[in-house]
Ligand binder design. Structure first.
Ligand code: SF4
Length: 381
């Protein structure tokens, strides 16, 4: 079965909804679902909620009713990403490493870089994307804890993104010996599955929670879904670690829908310059300037979709008239910033579950075990 997954209908991709249903009906399988930050800001639109309504709690309950054994939030994986990526940034800053460090959580950007910027692959963080990190921890740490054979776990990711379907097919030498993630479905496909099962999102409890422990994430993690969010989350952790001081929480210079944004951060008297780009044309412009030597940054965030994942190709599509009247990505992004502001913990390194996973399983950020499970490599194409 094929379904249109591109917002303009120009692309069709194979859907794996039937495979999810088969797994849910297979008593041998332990089926775990995780949901990316941006999904909660848009899923409601498929159920006639206004644009920009955060349906996090309702979505958690709806997924439980579909029959998943565990319902996790990719926010946990995003917090792990920040632990590893900020560690990588600090290592490169302190040891004259390859700079700028460029983020790696967008597979659209990674594939583009492998084709068009093969000479800059060393600059790209080796961190896997958050849902892959989460899958790797589910199939190792959680499998050990719950005494489940990792081969019996089916990891399903609900993503705003069609490129994530490609990402899980990449050959990866690192990992647990099984795929980190088995199936990716988009926000639109989840909406379809809920409708097929006659689960009404509006009837779900808005205060439902994700399962613990791996469903717990911070405010820093939820803003991964909007342009500038990964940078802001990383700065909250990296600057605090570098200076040893409590940092500002909100880096407003990297917020907003501009295609190219920049900011400077003082770190112990040294200025660290960062840039955020969304949309590949903007990425092209910025990377060309870096290569020409006309721009100089230490850390760069790249997202292929203008506005970031809130505007991904797997999100509900608003018609042209609605898009003229509303800045849809901005409204969805505002829902994520509100979610962050209302979070009890807003820095990734303060996530108690992340701390416990490092203490009892991974060791330190950047450890051999962390590299084995949470990092990857890229290839010239
Ligand atoms: Fe996918 Fe777009 Fe987000 Fe990149 S920016 S991860 S292509 S939704």
């Amino acid at each position: 079965q094929c379904v249109a997954v591109c917002p303009v209908g120009a692309l069709t991709e194979k859907t794996q909804m039937d495979e999810v249903k088969e797994a849910l009906n297979d008593p041998e399988k332990y089926v775990v679902v995780q949901v990316a930050p941006a999904v909660r800001a848009a899923l409601g639109e498929a159920f006639e909620f206004p644009i920009g309504v955060d349906v996090e709690g309702r979505m958690a309950e709806a997924l439980r009713r579909l029959g998943f054994d565990k319902v996790f939030d990719t926010k946990f994986g995003a917090d792990l990403t920040i632990m590893e990526e900020s560690n990588e940034l600090i290592e490169r800053l302190n040891n004259d490493g390859e700079l700028p460090l460029i983020t790696s959580c967008c597979p659209g950007w990674i594939k583009y870089a492998e084709h068009f910027y093969p000479d800059m692959l060393e600059n790209i963080s080796s961190c896997k994307s958050p849902h892959q990190m989460q899958g790797a921890i589910v199939k190792t740490y959680l499998a050990n804890q719950e005494h489940i054979a990792k081969e019996n776990i089916v990891m399903v990711s609900v993503m705003p993104c069609t490129a994530k379907k490609f990402e899980i097919t990449r050959e990866d030498e690192c990992g647990a010996g099984v795929p980190d993630v088995d199936i990716v479905i988009t926000t639109n496909e989840l909406a379809q599955m809920l409708k097929d099962a006659e689960i009404q999102l509006e009837a779900m409890n808005p205060n439902s929670k994700f399962d613990l422990p791996l469903g717990f994430g911070t405010g820093a993690a939820v803003i991964f879904g909007v342009t500038g969010g990964v940078m802001e989350a990383a700065l909250r952790t990296a600057v605090e670690k570098l200076t040893g001081k409590d940092t500002v929480l909100e880096y407003t210079d990297v917020r907003g829908m501009n295609g190219i944004k920049e900011a400077s951060v003082d770190v112990n008297g040294t200025t660290v310059k960062v840039a955020v780009v969304s949309g590949l044309a903007n990425a092209n412009q910025l990377l060309t300037a870096i290569k020409n030597g006309t721009a100089d940054y230490q850390f760069v965030e790249v997202m292929a979709c203008p506005g970031g994942c809130v505007n991904g190709g797997g999100q509900p599509h608003q018609n042209a008239a609605t898009r003229v009247l509303n800045d849809v990505p901005k409204m969805r992004g505002a829902a994520l910033y509100q979610n962050d502001a209302g979070s009890a913990i807003r820095k990734s390194h303060e996530n108690p579950v992340v701390k416990e996973v490092y203490e009892s399983f991974l060791g330190e950020p950047g450890s051999e075990k962390a590299h084995e499970l949470l990092h990857t490599s890229y290839q010239m194409r």
